[in-house]
Design a protein around this ligand. Structure first.
Ligand SMILES: Nc1ncnc2c1ncn2[C@@H]1O[C@H](COP(=O)(O)OP(=O)(O)O)[C@@H](O)[C@H]1O
Ligand SMILES: [Mg+2]
Length: 330
């Protein structure tokens, strides 16, 4: 049985449309015109136990709305989700013991309490026995390195410390499933690295199933066993990072460093399909579909068009793939 099961999940938001002007306002007041907005349209997927799923999509794609349904905060308009065999909306008090949730944009910690006390309160809320609590705190301390600020009030923590504290809070009761909605947003590189390492360690040691939303492509490459990509509430890709690269990653880039003083020259390849030319100063980048063009031909042609000082070949990285993917689909 899958740890997370989602079937034909939908969420509509109803908005009242206000007509312009006083007359319009009065009319809207008497006969409000409602407009339905489909934030999540017919999502179906399963996540097996122990998998780290990257739940990816542009801003407004419906990621947070989906997570809110999976965690029982929002009720689906139709369809259903079941996590560890439970329907989140049915018995929320029981269900929350199975899951941990972090919304990177806001904290669930108490602002004025010392972090240590926060964890004591959570221990009571989740009914964690003493012995387990101490073992768990030791583990989280080690993985997330909380010691240096655990006695400080939450309001004095830096964003990176707060995020580590929040993740620890979501894991205190050793949940089977962890939902992380942008856990590395706004963090600097070294904190991101620590958080990634912690996520990996928790996943490996506890076989925690993790659904992770992120805009950080290193997060995706380093953490995710699988990518589920949505756009405007609908699935657009489901597969591994390497499948994503295979499917959309036939693009390569040849980067030429030109001898200065050739700004007047145009490349031979200007305007061809599946090829894009980018010129920044003396650097000429030619990006092309390697199933359509031979790099040897491009090099030969460019050497005859330009005086070239150096060249290198690059595989298009996943960031470019995802960007191109969006361009194609929209
Ligand atoms: N409570 C709400 N009421 C009305 N519209 C909402 C509400 N929450 C989200 N939306 C809309 O639903 C869409 C998806 O939002 P969200 O799930 O937050 O996207 P994401 O997390 O992928 O950026 C957006 O267009 C957003 O404006
Ligand atoms: Mg969001």
């Amino acid at each position: 049985m899958a740890m997370i099961e989602v079937q034909h999940l939908r969420k509509n938001f109803v908005k009242t449309v206000k007509e312009p002007g006083l007359k319009g306002a009065l009319r809207s007041f008497i006969h409000p015109e409602k407009q339905t907005f489909e934030a999540v349209k017919d999502l179906t997927f399963e996540v097996p136990k122990g998998q780290i799923l990257g739940f990816i999509g542009a801003n407004g794609a419906g990621k947070s709305t989906t997570i809110k349904m999976l965690t029982g905060i929002l009720k689906p308009t139709s369809g259903f989700c079941r996590i560890n065999g439970k329907i989140p909306q049915n018995n929320r008090q029981d269900y929350v013991k199975d899951i941990g949730v972090v919304f990177g944009q806001r904290t669930q910690l108490w602002w004025d309490l010392a972090l240590q006390e926060t964890y004591t309160v959570l221990k009571e809320i989740y009914d964690v026995p003493d012995s387990l609590f101490h073992k768990r705190m030791d583990f989280l301390n080690e993985v997330l390195d909380l010691k240096e600020f655990i006695k400080d009030p939450v309001r004095t923590l830096s964003l990176g410390q707060r995020m580590r504290a929040d993740i620890a809070a979501s894991l205190l009761h050793n949940p089977k499933v962890l939902f992380l909605d942008e856990p590395t947003i706004g963090l600097d590189v070294s904190v991101k690295y620590n958080i990634r390492r912690a996520i990996t360690q928790i996943n490996q040691e506890e076989e925690t199933t993790i659904l992770l939303t992120t805009h950080d492509l290193s997060d995706i490459e380093q953490l995710c066993d699988r990518i589920f990509m949505i756009d405007r509430g609908q699935e657009i890709f489901d597969g591994t990072v390497s499948q994503l690269k295979e499917t959309f990653g036939k693009m390569k880039t040849l980067s030429f460093e030109l001898v200065p003083g050739q700004s007047h020259l145009l490349s031979h390849y200007e305007g061809l399909p599946d090829m894009s030319i980018d010129r920044q100063g003396n650097t000429l980048n030619i990006e092309f579909d390697s199933s359509r063009y031979q790099s040897a031909d491009i090099i030969k042609q460019t050497l005859s068009d330009f005086e070239v000082r150096d060249l290198k070949m690059m595989d298009t990285d996943i960031e470019d793939i995802i960007r191109r993917f969006y361009r194609k689909e929209l």
